[in-house]
Design a protein around this ligand. Structure first.
Ligand code: ACM
Length: 696
């Protein structure tokens, strides 16, 4: 960090430093827009132009992976500028960007390797220095984010960045089991992880609904447990190489003893109940579980884990361990007898027994065992790692007992939380804030989780991105990086850049809406788009509760609820404008006009949508919400009229509007009308009269 400012100075430097353009004469204000925010940034003088003469050279330690990283960087730079660039590094004696790497990283990427880098950009050239290829790859991603269009070409500002991660474990889990996720989709998401400097892809590979890995030892696992949708070992090997090329470890998860129906389709003898078993089609927690009292279970798992330990080189091996409901164990007298004989108390005791048998198997094959909170048992070896999905207190408890842990509670992307809510979750907050430094050091970072009940190749990117980028920032950037307004601005810019990587989280939307609309006039399609932009799917675990028919893996994901992003940027922007208007004592004419334009568009939107609803059942399903959006527009406009006339809105009017607003906030078609709370603020401001209409 030599020469870098202290961490305390960071907010000022990164969030508040603006570039002065020497070319326009005027002060052109432009933040750097990096995500994740680096540890330290110093702005220099001038900028480095990026034109077709741009070149990259490598010095110091080199390896083919670094050449490929440089080529990928050049291709990406070319894509984002549309400037043709020679994509082979090293041809020029004096490259524009010189990458110096000190030494090799580990043969198999390890937890806690040095990922730091220093990037110095001046008007005449750039230098990226890193101890290992991992840091060099991170620095290249930072450079890509620095390059933007300027009045006379593409350029990076002159800047010196010293950067390193706050946490060593920064991951994304994708569940490829409930819905199979094709390899090309995984690859583009791994590209996204590289862009935001995440370094773990946790691959959830087995579930009640599918066993997704080819096993040569136990072929009935994939042959009978996957509907033919599984990854071959060659494909897995290639994906691991692909991730390694991007500085990303691949941690496999095979969930035992619960979440395991798909294993038992081919091997019913491993289960605790009689079977036969079929691949599960529904969502939820199910009864089938491995029989921990049967020696065959351990023999099988030993051979299976031995095979998988060779296929997946990472040092960590995830065995799941979550949500065993114990019903098959309760129903099996032999198992209950075993519990008594071994003085195990209850089913939790039996699961502990199972974990104590499993851990030496995982360890024997050279791996450290990872499990969800449920595996936590003080008598297990301290080498295991706990992934906390149930809460930060569980993570702190694990750290207190001497276990290492990562946080996922608060980072479940499938729950539909706003980016700001994920962003506020810190692995070292809550109970963890009171841990000793030694205990805190056991909290290694976190992982976002993409559970797959409601994703398919079409919409998965939009469920992961751009919100995953703010979790990546939480795990990479200094703890003080917390400003939500800055985060939102940078997230939106990064979101567009991610599409240059091939992610489809923005473009998928149009295609899905076209399917929903069918042949339509531009006005009708615009009406559907307007409605889509103002709603979000129901949150948390309420999608099953609000379904009209029980959802299964055969349920089409083609409805508006599947096509909209999980966070409405339109609603957020509207809410920000309302806050701005009210905090200006409702005296801000420009914001008033903007709010009126938006509210008018919403009020009038239903007309065109109604004609479409007569032709498409997928539109008809959302016509009640469209009516509610109209109502919302009309209420907001009425509130603004009271405010404009400096009239205090009558109490009975306020009561009526609040009652209507309560109605429109009830989910319909599994959609939530997101601008409603902001419209409610306008109603309250109108009814407060003087408080809003006079600035004193
Ligand atoms: C989990 O969400 N059951 C790990």
């Amino acid at each position: 960090m030599a020469g870098g400012p202290s961490k305390r100075g960071l907010g000022l430097l990164v969030l508040g430093v603006w570039m002065m353009s020497p070319f326009t004469g005027a002060q052109e204000q432009r933040p750097l827009n990096l995500m994740p925010v680096p540890s330290s940034v110093q702005i220099g003088a001038g900028r480095l132009l990026v034109d077709s003469s741009f070149s990259v050279g490598l010095t110091g330690y080199t390896e083919p992976r670094l050449d490929r990283a440089a080529e990928r960087f050049l291709r990406q730079l070319s894509r984002q500028t549309a400037i043709p660039l020679a994509t082979k590094p090293g041809a020029s004696a004096k490259p524009v960007l010189l990458i110096h790497t000190d030494h090799a990283s580990k043969e198999i990427q390890e937890l806690g390797e040095d990922e730091s880098y220093v990037l110095e950009v001046s008007a005449t050239g750039a230098k990226l220095s890193a101890p290992t290829p991992l840091g060099a790859m991170h620095g290249l991603q930072t450079f890509l984010q620095l390059v933007n269009v300027s009045p006379d070409g593409f350029a990076s500002p002159a800047v010196t960045i010293h950067d390193k991660p706050r946490f060593p474990w920064r991951g994304l889990m994708i569940d490829s089991a409930r819905h199979f996720v094709p390899l090309d989709v995984l690859r583009r998401n791994i590209d996204g992880l590289e862009a935001v400097k995440m370094n773990v892809f946790h691959w959830h590979l087995s579930e009640n609904q599918g066993f997704r890995v080819e096993s040569k030892k136990f072929p009935k696992l994939h042959e009978m447990g996957s509907d033919g949708l599984y990854y071959t070992q060659d494909e897995i090997h290639d994906l691991i190489e692909y991730a390694r090329d991007r500085g990303i470890r691949v941690v496999p998860e095979f969930d035992v003893p619960g979440h395991s129906t798909a294993w038992f389709v081919g091997y019913p003898e491993l289960a605790s109940g009689p079977g036969p078993y079929e691949i599960e089609r529904k969502w939820g927690v199910f009864d089938p579980a491995f029989d921990p009292t049967n020696e065959r279970t351990y023999k099988f798992l030993d051979q299976f884990i031995g095979e998988m330990a060779k296929l997946f080189p990472d040092h960590f091996f995830h065995v799941g361990g979550d949500e065993v409901n114990g019903k098959q164990w309760d129903a099996n007298p032999k198992i209950q007898e075993f519990i008594k004989e071994h003085s195990l108390k209850n089913n939790e005791g039996l699961q502990s027994y199972f974990n104590k048998r499993l851990e030496p198997i995982v360890s024997k094959h050279g791996k450290s065992m990872v499990g969800w909170d449920e595996v936590l048992d003080p008598s297990l070896p301290k080498d295991i790692l706990i992934q906390s999905w149930r809460g930060p207190d569980a993570l702190a408890a694990a750290a207190k007992q001497g276990f290492r842990g990562i946080l996922s509670n608060g980072y479940y992307l499938d729950l539909g939380w706003a980016a700001a809510r994920h962003y506020a979750v810190d692995p070292l907050s809550g109970a963890a804030a009171n841990l000793s430094p030694e205990e805190k050091a056991r909290i290694l970072g976190g992982e976002s989780c993409m559970w797959a009940e409601y994703i398919n190749p079409e919409n998965i990117d939009s469920r992961v991105w751009p919100r995953n980028a703010v979790i990546a920032e939480r795990l990479w950037s200094p703890e003080e990086t917390k400003d939500a307004a800055s985060m939102h601005a940078r997230m939106e810019i990064l979101s567009t850049r991610l599409e240059w990587l091939g992610l489809t989280h923005k473009t998928y939307h149009h295609q899905m809406l076209q399917r929903i609309a069918g042949p339509s006039t531009p006005e009708e399609f615009a009406a559907l788009t307007t409605l889509a932009s103002a709603v979000e799917p129901v949150k948390d675990y309420t999608r099953e509760e609000t379904a009209t028919a029980e959802p299964t893996s055969a349920t089409p994901l083609n409805r508006l609820v599947d096509a909209i992003p999980l966070e409405s940027a339109t609603a957020r922007h509207f809410g920000e404008s309302v806050d701005k208007f009210i905090s200006a004592s409702c005296q801000d004419a420009a914001t008033d006009a903007r709010l009126r334009a938006q509210l008018t568009a919403w009020r009038d939107n239903d007309r065109d949508l109604r004609s479409l609803a007569r032709r498409s059942y997928l539109v008809k399903e959302v016509s009640a919400t469209s009516g509610d959006l109209s109502t919302l527009g009309a209420i907001g406009l009425a509130a603004l009229d009271f405010i404009a006339k400096k009239q205090r809105a009558p109490d009975d009017w306020k009561a009526q509007q609040l009652a209507v607003l309560e109605q429109v906030q009830k989910p319909k078609g599994q959609l939530l009308l997101m601008p409603a709370p902001a419209v409610q603020k306008l109603v309250e401001a109108a009814a407060a009269g003087g408080a809003c209409s006079s600035p004193n």
